[in-house]
Design a protein. Structure first.
Length: 457
């Protein structure tokens, strides 16, 4: 007997069904169903023998899933009904008792929370691996000079190690965001029922312990309607993917013949269908392109949720494909970024030549005047005049003569400019905490190693 007198229209069945994608939640659904059966027996809602039979059937379902033998049928609306249908085929009518004291509303919220928790852990581990690779690269290229850029214009010299560690600290913040996702998935929805709780004195704390949650959700309405934890994961994933996009963009630039700062490994590059000489940084380019895809999933789920009244609405079915694709895409990008960086060969001479551009030391000249009592804005203008004169004459700053200095910067002598420009001076002058002087880079590297050791690589 059904509430409905007419069968579902085929178009609605196709629209309504989620089994094509939520079958991915099957291991989580089986795990929570086994814990639920044990809890029902502990609380005297079903007999111990019935719980044992349910567990036997669920174990058989799990084996079929693991072996790829689980059959999804056309009338299986979702993963929950497919598993319950197969369980009942295995153990008989007792299979229908499994759904006692729960609803698909709290069931799916629990499955999705468990999936999100696992994917946040996986992302955190992959981020940690990439951080370790960056720390290793920084250590191997500790004193390699290169120019840093603003507006894609040469700005000031830094060490390659300092630049590599900048990516590491971005990833460290990403790892903290994924750590927050673990807290966001710490409250158990199961036991909230459809929205108001259930008519049985169940033990939700037992369920929470069995399924790895810290505690039951406080409010049954919130438990079935909240997908905050999915938003939290997607937000962390979108930010992390954006960082990977920035990394990829720099590697595209650095590996160009115009800069030539590095060469990517053949394993992470491809050729041209027509130009035999080409070596394209496709892996780095795809890191850029995947980021907006993940960010799009975050925006799309905000769109799904933003106008929903409490509690459960079928709209919530749309959380899964955004979550699944974002997780898969991010984990692939993290693995590719790590492999690409491990195989990248940096070109010290090309970077050093670019870093030796004397104009990159202009701020150091201005600061020298500041030490002699000249206000910074005035010293900035003085050095800007020197730069303009050098550019107009097509000479380096160090080639300006005494007459030029008497006219444009009487407080400076040629020896002053030579001292500021001597090899390594602009790099080693950046002694502020977090700066590029080697003593500070070594401090950074030590802190990075401590972070990695404390979190586990």
């Amino acid at each position: 007997m059904s509430r409905f007198a007419e069968p579902q229209d085929p178009a609605f069945r196709a629209l309504n069904a989620s089994i094509s994608f939520d079958i991915r939640l099957a291991p989580y659904d089986v795990a929570q169903s086994r814990a639920h059966a044990r809890m029902l027996a502990r609380c005297g809602v079903i007999a111990a023998e019935e719980a044992a039979e349910l567990e036997r059937g669920l174990e058989a379902v799990c084996e079929e899933l693991d072996a790829g033998r689980f059959e999804v049928r056309p009338d299986d609306e979702d993963v929950h009904m497919a598993i319950e249908r197969r369980l009942t085929e295995i153990v008989g009518p007792v299979g229908g008792k499994l759904h006692t004291a729960r609803s698909r509303n709290d069931q799916v919220a629990t499955d999705v929370a468990m999936f999100t928790r696992d994917r946040a852990r996986a992302a955190s581990e992959l981020v940690g691996t990439l951080m370790g690779t960056l720390a290793d690269l920084a250590e191997r290229h500790l004193e390699w000079a290169m120019p840093a850029y603003t507006h894609l214009q040469r700005a000031q010299p830094v060490y390659l190690s300092h630049h590599l560690l900048a990516w590491l600290w971005k990833l460290q913040r990403d790892r903290r965001r994924f750590g927050f996702c673990l807290e966001a998935t710490s409250e158990l929805p199961l036991g909230a029922g459809a929205l108001a709780g259930v008519n049985f004195a169940t033990d939700r704390r037992y369920l929470a312990s069995e399924l790895g949650f810290d505690r039951p959700a406080e409010n049954s309405i919130d438990a079935v309607s909240s997908r905050d934890f999915v938003l939290d994961y997607l937000s962390a994933a979108a930010t992390c993917a954006t960082h990977l996009s920035q990394l990829g963009s720099e590697l595209v630039l650095w590996s160009s013949e115009e800069l030539g700062f590095c060469e990517l490994a053949d394993a992470f590059a491809s050729g041209s269908s027509i130009m035999p000489q080409k070596k394209n940084p496709d892996a780095a380019e795809l890191l850029r392109a995947k980021a907006p895809r993940i960010a799009g999933h975050l925006v799309a789920l905000h769109g799904v949720l933003h106008g929903l009244p409490l509690t459960y609405n079928k709209d919530l079915q749309e959380d899964k494909e955004h979550l699944f694709d974002a997780a898969d895409t991010l984990e692939l990008c993290l693995a590719a970024a790590d492999g690409m960086l491990r195989g990248t060969r940096f070109r010290r001479e090309r970077m050093a030549a670019a870093a030796s551009d004397e104009l990159l030391a202009a701020t150091d000249l201005a600061d020298l005047l500041v030490r002699r009592g000249v206000p910074f804005r005035e010293s900035h203008a003085i050095v800007a005049g020197l730069v303009r004169a050098a550019l107009e004459r097509g000479v380096a700053l160090s080639q300006l003569g005494e007459e030029d200095l008497r006219t444009l910067a009487p407080a400076l002598a040629p020896s002053d400019i030579a001292g500021v420009l001597r090899q390594g001076a602009p790099l080693e002058s950046k002694v502020s905490e977090g700066g590029t002087a080697l003593v500070r880079v070594r401090e950074q590297l030590a802190h990075a190693r401590a972070e990695l050791a404390g979190h586990g690589r």
